[in-house]
Design a protein around this ligand. Structure first.
Ligand code: GRG
Length: 301
């Protein structure tokens, strides 16, 4: 299971399949009652995301010599939390987007009420997945509790929600770099970093390794958000699977707005270099994390 794949493309495809198969196993089917909620949840979960967070979770486990099978339920739980945030973010009362992952957004297909409930159900189910079922046979209880606590913090008011609140408050205002840093660190970086930490915590990483992996997470988190901002300006709508120009339409504060496009690209590259230097001491088991770091700024979707 931990053999090194030849290329990033092959690696991501292999890991995405592990995640997709597990998500399909964990999520109830539309044969359960009431079918509409399962249809709506599954619609967004299987709409074709990159699975970056679960892939990072497994890659971190691998880096510290852990078995990736042990972290799959938590990796999938984080993907459910991520999917819930996208469904809610796309709602008319937030970003009001019509396309996501190349398909009409959840509320466009199921209506706003069911979209809200599908997001709520995905968030709730994530905590079920992390605290019951096969995970209990795979990891130490203390490591699991620490992970659940950290995931709650990253997804909640000290993390993703806090970032989204400041993002909403900043719309249409002349926000500064301090505000932009707060937004990206909480809205984007928190869930990415906790994905990495969870993989390492669950497989018994040392505090030193955890600190190095967290610094790597911060580096790729910043580069990921900068790249996202750049793609919203000059990305290909078809490849992205969603409309571009959303940040401008909502008067959002972004890295290109404050640093310019070239300045943003430079900052993203520096951030990836910082991320890579923080994991330089790991052996070749960290190669997937190294490949993913480069993918973050080269991605087109
Ligand atoms: C709780 C409503 C609510 C929002 C929380 C995370 C978030 C804030 C909103 C989601 C929208 C957004 C632009 C977030 C920034 C992070 C980001 C770029 C998400 C997209 O992640 P990808 O590219 O998406 O990994 P896929 O579709 O590949 O999974």
């Amino acid at each position: 299971m931990s053999k090194q794949p030849a290329s990033l493309k092959e690696y991501l495809k292999e890991r995405k399949k592990i995640v997709d198969d597990a998500l399909d196993r964990f999520l109830p089917g539309e044969d359960r009652f009431p079918p509409l909620i399962f249809e709506s949840m599954r619609y967004s979960v299987f709409a074709g995301g990159k699975r970056l967070r679960p892939v990072l979770c497994m890659a971190a486990a691998e880096t510290v010599g852990g078995d990736i099978e042990r972290v799959v339920p938590v990796a999938c739980a984080i993907e459910l939390i991520h999917t819930y945030s996208l469904i809610h973010d796309d709602l008319p009362l937030m970003d009001d987007d019509d396309f996501r992952r190349g398909m009409p957004t959840n509320h466009k297909v199921f209506g706003e009420g069911i979209a809200v409930l599908a997001g709520d159900a995905l968030l709730t189910e994530a905590f079920h997945l992390m605290s019951d079922g096969e995970i209990l046979d795979k990891v130490a209880p203390e490591a699991l509790l620490k992970t659940i606590s950290e995931v709650s913090t990253a997804a909640g008011f000290y993390g993703m929600i806090g970032g989204q609140v400041v993002d909403l408050e900043s719309e249409g205002k002349d926000a500064d770099m301090e505000t932009l840093n707060y937004i990206h660190r909480h809205k984007t970086e928190a869930l990415l970093t906790v994905s990495i930490r969870a993989g390492a915590i669950l497989t018994g990483a040392s505090e030193t390794d955890l600190a190095a992996l967290s610094a790597y997470g911060r580096g790729i988190g910043l580069a990921f958000q900068i790249t996202d901002d750049i793609l919203d300006i000059e990305g290909d709508k078809e490849l992205l699977g969603k409309d571009t120009g959303s940040d401008k339409a909502h008067n959002k504060v972004t890295f290109p707005a404050l640093l310019g496009l070239d300045g943003s690209r430079k900052r993203a590259r520096e951030s990836i270099d910082e991320a890579l230097s923080n994991i330089a001491h790991f052996d070749d088991k960290a190669d997937p994390l190294r490949m993913i770091a480069k993918f973050i700024i080269e991605r087109k979707s």
